[in-house]
Design a protein. Sequence first.
Length: 277
Amino acid sequence: MSWIDVKNNVKDLPPAQKQIAEYMLEHKSESIFMTARQLGENAGSSEASAIRLASTLGHANFPDFIKSLQNEAKGQLSTIGRFQTHKLQTQTGGLVAHIINMELEQARESVPSANDNAIKELAAMICAAPAVYIIGLRSAKSLAVYMEFYLSWFFPKPFMPSSDTLNNYLVAAPKNSLVIGISYPRYTKQTIECIALAKKRNFRTAAITDSLSSPLAQEADISVVSPCAHIAHIDSLLIPLGLINALLVEVADHLGAKALARLEELENDWDSGDVYC
C-alpha cells in the first residue's frame, strides 16, 4: 500500500471512508502516526470508518495499513533522517541480535505479499530472451551483480551495463532482448530512465522493486515486488535478495534438464580448474 494507491481509490470509496482518505492525503506526515480513533475524529468521521478504510484498501487491520504507510515514508527519508529515526528507536538486547531480529521480522511480514505468478512469468521471459541486461545502481548494484553472476551459469549473455553505456548495448542488442531494472526507495532516476529507453526501443522490460505503484514499475512491462526495509541509514536488502533467489531457482526449474546438464559441466570445469578447496 502506498499514498498513490490511497489517492487512486479515493473516488470509489464510501462517503465516510472518502472523508478520512482525503484528510490523510492532506495531512500525510501527521496521519500515519494516529490511531483509528484519532484519525476518525480529526477527519470529522469515525473510528469505525477508519478501520473499514483499511479493510477496503486490502489490509488485514488498521495497524497493518498505517505501518505500510509509515514504511513508505521512512523509505523516502534522507540517510540523515533514517539515522536519526533509528537513534530514537528502543533497542532490546545487543546490537547484532537487535538488527537480525528486525530483519527477520520484516522478512516474515513480507511473505503474505509474495507473488509467485510474477516470479514464474519473469523467469520464463529470462529463459526466452536472447540476451538479458540488468540495471542496478547505487545500493541496488549489489543485487544486480549477484543476479548476473548466477544467471551466467546458464546463459551466455547476461549483461550488467552502467546507465551511461546501456544505449550502446541496446544498439547492438538482439530483437526481443530483456532489460531488467532494480530499484528501491529512494528510486534512482537513471534506472527509471534506462527502463523507459529500453521500452521506447521496443525491448521487453521488467522491474524488481517495492511496489506496483513505484515509478520503475510504471515504466516496465512486468514487475516483481518485495518490500525493502531500512536499518538506520542503510538499505536492508535481505528481502529483495530473497525475491531474487526465488527468481533464480524458478529460472533453473524452468530450464529443467538443461539446467542440470549445465551444472554438471560447471562442476567438471571447477574440478579441473581446482577452484575449491
